[in-house]
Design a binder for this molecule. Structure first.
Ligand SMILES: [Zn+2]
Length: 228
């Protein structure tokens, strides 16, 4: 049973852009983990960060339960996720704890600094996690594959090369996303319309009913796969 771990700057990124791949992996018999570096608590135009952060955590837990996934959170302030050694080691420790074979995170071509930093942190954290000579509380763990998610905020130079069939997990994934107020458009962007349509569009391109497109970290191969 292999483990897939979505590592996102904000909970919405984890579930909306990486969540279908996690849902499908669980459907295929694997294990899924959502790690969010912040609660995305500054993302609502009228609800205070303190209240909204609680709502985001609650939504994440509800969504994870629907998918049969696990959640973990780091407590960096939204909009101030730092790219530094402390954050690299914090994520390294999470990787050593959950031992994923597959990691999905943000692509670097983002306008959002938290997303850019998350991308950089995950690259370093995977490197540190796999190095036995880096002594931490838990032993080294080598991640086998790293993918980047198709995110409307991280679209600069994003090149999809892996199309994952998510048809079997699509309904559960949508149900999970519905736990989030922002999915319904409360924060301005129509996430619901965008990401459901994207699954249809990627499906049309790859010959599946619904698909999630990912960008792999090293290869430039096009793959149409049933599982990662
Ligand atoms: Zn975000």
């Amino acid at each position: 049973m292999s483990t897939i771990m979505a590592i996102a700057a904000h909970p919405g990124d984890g579930f909306f852009t990486m969540g279908a791949a996690v849902a499908q992996h669980i459907h295929n018999g694997g294990r899924g983990v959502f790690l969010s570096l912040s609660l995305g608590e500054r993302g609502h135009p009228s609800i205070s960060p303190q209240v909204y952060g609680g709502m985001q955590r609650e939504a994440s837990e509800k969504a994870a339960k629907i998918l049969g996934a696990e959640t973990a959170f780091l407590t960096y302030p939204d909009a101030e996720v730092p790219f530094n050694e402390e954050a690299n080691f914090a994520v390294c420790d999470q990787i050593r704890e959950f031992k994923p074979q597959i990691v999905v995170t943000h692509w670097s071509g983002s306008w959002h600094k938290d997303h850019q930093n998350c991308h950089a942190i995950v690259r370093d954290a995977i490197f540190y996690a796999g190095l036995p000579a880096i002594a931490r509380k838990l032993p080294a763990h080598a991640v086998q594959s790293l993918f980047f998610a198709d995110n409307w905020e991280d679209a600069t130079s994003f090149q999809a090369d892996t199309y994952l069939d998510i048809s079997a997990a699509y309904e559960d994934w949508v149900k999970a996303c519905e736990a989030f107020p922002m999915w319904r458009g409360e924060t301005g962007f129509r996430y619901n319309d965008y990401y459901r349509s994207l699954a249809v569009m990627r499906g049309a391109l790859s010959g599946f009913q619904y698909a999630t497109a990912l960008m792999s970290s090293a290869e430039e191969r096009v793959r149409h796969v049933k599982s990662l």
